[in-house]
Design a protein around this ligand. Sequence first.
Ligand SMILES: [Zn+2]
Length: 293
Amino acid sequence: MTGKGFTPSKCPVCGGEKFEVNTWPCEVCLNSAKTETVKLLDMLMRDFGFSEKDIRVFFSGHRGYHVHVESEAIRTLDAIARKEIVDYVTGLGLDVFFYGLTKRSLRETPSSQASPLSKLGWRKRVALGMQNFILNAKEEDLKKTGLKKNVIKTILSNKDIILKNLNKGIWGAVRGIGFETWRKIAQHSAKLQSAKIDTVVTTDIHRLIRLTDTLHGKTGLKKVEFPVSTIEDFDPFKRAVVFKTGAVTVLVSDAPEFRLGDEVFGPYKKQKVELPTAAAMLLVCKGRAEVTE
Ligand SMILES: [Zn+2]
């Protein structure tokens, strides 16, 4: 389970920004949240060594996922210790030095044991991330990392050699790809590998968390638990639906197109519609509709 997705800072569909409240529970945003959750779960298990039975994962009923780690070993962690974990997960303060990238390493041929893919933690994550990135990178992806035109050209025309050497932990195989270039690629790859979690919720030890199977007041959907191993196929718009019978007539002020279960509704603008109860409930909870005759 390694997330390869990319989380945009602003959703192209609903216009919502990360961790923004009072927005639409949009399918695109929820998919991004899932991608981040997959990365987090992978780190908790591979890097921190928790087992699947220490971890519970939930859809919150609104715009994200909750991950609970229930282990005796971490019960006493205070806010500062939790912040350390947040920093690790979000990749805060990572330096390229930690990936084995130094100016000296560009001139050296490492022993076979030094392959970055044999390492653990961020060293391995960034190595895998860089391979993935270079393998799939198009000109515009490389531009986003801030690389110059001629360097981009060199990378694109030497992909095979670069990847082969990167596998062995050799940085200096291609002339024209120096320390600064690698630093930019490594930092960009680290960003893609990091999990964007909610720092405030994670570090706050006084926070109450919604109980499983209770309704979320902003959607009428429920918080629902599912097995860690099934996250890829988990569909919040199916599994979190509670009111499955009946219909309600509502006057909708404004709503984007949305899906509940297998049905797609909207978009609506200032109109009276009869909707299945769950769909009407979502619109009313979101302040987008009122029940009418
Ligand atoms: Zn969105």
